[in-house]
Design a binder for this molecule. Structure first.
Ligand SMILES: NCc1[nH]cc(CCC(=O)O)c1CC(=O)O
Length: 310
């Protein structure tokens, strides 16, 4: 393995992205018995980090959190990029590949509030902050009386807004809170059967250059098979729905005893209309099952469902 000695990991600079890059570095160190200083962590700013004044669903475009890292991968300025799988487009630039998925953290969304113990028990007409189209639609489906307001910024910013009374509650990925050591702020956890997470939520992935044997060998021990199987199902579901970032799409696959079980849902942004599917089969068919689930929902919903708000 010797093109150069140091391994360069590219990452975004948010506290969560850095925690994820550190986790990948620690796993590389442990797997290969190399010193921590043989790995450089290189912070790269993305459009998604720079745009703070608008919901990203409005900005549109794919790869808001990934493009700048991918350019540096293709240039050879970094060897691997560490991402949240949830932020990864279904189609990668030519020459790049997802080469490992780390063991998934809790995929559930966390409910955080100083005013109520759960989404269900919020007072009527309460305000919930979220800029995620999926969370907005699911919240409105469960609590049509609640007012949903856009809410961006890092965890600290959102918590400050809660304290200031800008909103009564917010939802964040429990995985991110756990990785930041902030699990104690969670008020309630949303069960995936009625509040399914985003495809990929809670799973860190490694992106590398396709066919780069050196980095493939490096990251191979970090791969968690069940997570990779679940993610291939979830990402095939997303791809089959042609996941425009304006369509609320949710889905979670779990793996047990050689079988993968998938639960997917698409919603209108107001949460009034939704289509859900449950499907399971042998792990070898994970991607096929995800694609079939997506195609079935697409057919069931009909073209009007996708056209009515975009
Ligand atoms: N959209 C930003 C983003 N991308 C991944 C996570 C959480 C971590 C994960 O899913 O692994 C978050 C923040 C959030 O949804 O609370």
């Amino acid at each position: 393995m010797a093109r150069r000695e140091t391994i360069r990991i590219g990452t975004r600079g948010s506290p969560l992205a850095l925690a994820q890059a550190n986790e990948a570095r620690d796993k590389l160190v442990a797997a290969h018995g190399i010193p921590a200083n043989a790995i450089d962590i290189i912070v790269i700013s993305t459009a998604g980090d720079r745009i703070q004044d608008r919901p990203l669903s409005e900005v549109g475009g794919k790869g808001l959190f990934t493009q700048e890292l991918e350019e540096q991968l293709l240039d050879g300025r970094i060897d691997i990029a560490v991402h949240s799988s949830k932020d990864m487009p279904t189609v990668l630039p030519e020459g790049l590949a997802l080469t490992a998925f780390l063991e998934r953290e809790d995929p559930r969304d966390a409910f955080i509030s100083h005013d109520a113990g759960s989404l269900e028990s919020l007072p009527e007409g309460a305000v919930v902050g979220s800029s995620s189209l999926r969370r907005q639609a699911l919240i409105r489906r469960i609590r049509p009386d609640v007012e949903v307001v856009g809410f961006r910024g890092n965890v600290q910013t959102r918590l400050r807004k809660l304290s200031e009374g800008v909103a009564h509650a917010t939802l964040l990925a429990n995985a991110g809170l756990r990785r930041l050591g902030m699990a104690s702020i969670v008020t309630d956890l949303m069960e995936p059967d009625y509040f399914p997470p985003a495809p990929g939520q809670g799973a860190i992935c490694i992106e590398g250059r396709a066919g780069d044997a050196r980095t493939d060998a490096l990251v191979a021990p970090l791969n968690h098979d069940a997570t990779t199987i679940a993610l291939s199902c979830e990402r095939a579901f997303l791809a089959a729905l042609d996941g425009s970032c304006r369509t609320p799409i949710a889905g979670l696959a779990t793996v047990d005893a050689g079988r993968v079980s998938f639960h997917g849902m698409i919603l209108t942004p107001d949460g009034k209309d939704a289509h859900a599917i449950e499907i399971s089969g042998p792990v070898g068919r994970a991607a096929d099952l995800g694609r079939e689930a997506g195609e079935t929902l697409r057919e069931r919903a009909g073209p009007y469902f996708f056209a009515s708000w975009s």
